[in-house]
Design a protein around this ligand. Sequence first.
Ligand code: ACO
Length: 302
Amino acid sequence: MVTFQDLIDADERVEPRDDMPEAYRTTLIRQIAQHAHSEIIGMQPEGSWITRAPSLKRKAILLAKVQDEAGHGLYLYGAAETLGVAREELLDALHDGRQRYSSIFNYPTPTWADMGAIGWLVDGAAIVNQVPLCRCSYGPYARAMVRICKEESFHQRQGYELLHTLAHGTPEQKSMAQDAVDRWWWPSLMMFGPPDTESTHSAQSMAWKIKRHSNDDLRQRFVDMCVPQAEILGLTLPDPDLRWNAGRGHYDFGEIDWGEFKRVLAGDGPMNRERMAHRKSAHDEGAWVREAARAYAARSAR
Ligand code: ACO
């Protein structure tokens, strides 16, 4: 008899109507929902700069990027819904703290250079983590990721270009760019999740080909990618232990403050309360839109 694992091992794609173990379904709902929530909460740190962008061109770019993030949330909630869960349930779980969103969106954006650092580092880390998800065993998630990754790639480049402009501007602009990189570097490394030795879901998710690489492998890939890019920017990465290890063929880097990561996951990061309060009030204020959409759908069905 062919088992579910045999199909996965043969690189078959799992589609919504296929039989799947309950734990596979719940793991996917957990990960896809967390990912969707990250996209919509991730609109907040940059959204606050749309009205303060320094030129019309920068404003148009930032507006497009934040709209893309809303779109990513929609594709991902749609993918989660194919697993038999309603979007309302997922949002309830976010709002009452049963589901998470990425740790990275609990940090503040005090300067315009943060828009560059988020694009370069946060979206850069997202791409490294998400390109392998285009080959995830669950079809709807994998297909959503293809489009998301293309857009993330534009986001990453716009951030890099923004930082490059600041880094080659006045001394004040350069120091603003450096300060943003100093603040975003370590939280970006935390985006990849806990070390492999402490990752509860990795082994099973890799066996199911939901995840294709471990948290530490992707983190290393990100560090190796960023070091030469920082050199071109003319900025430094805030890690005295960062150096090339010819034996390993990778950059060694310093110890991540996992205590900070745990505090942020427990709800005690610099911006956790503000982000959730804003999300809930946006949801409440949007109630009339959902109501009107439901009434319109009911009338059209009649
Ligand atoms: N922020 C918040 N929670 C995290 C993070 C993080 N950066 N990393 C791990 N966790 C949580 C996990 O959700 C899990 O908690 P749970 O059991 O309560 O759900 C716990 O820490 C242990 O971690 P892992 O066992 O390693 O979890 P997992 O196998 O799901 O791997 C990872 C975590 C790598 C983030 C994975 O879920 C993933 O690839 N998700 C898709 C990408 C994504 O969500 N990106 C969002 C940010 S990018 C963006 O939106 C621009």
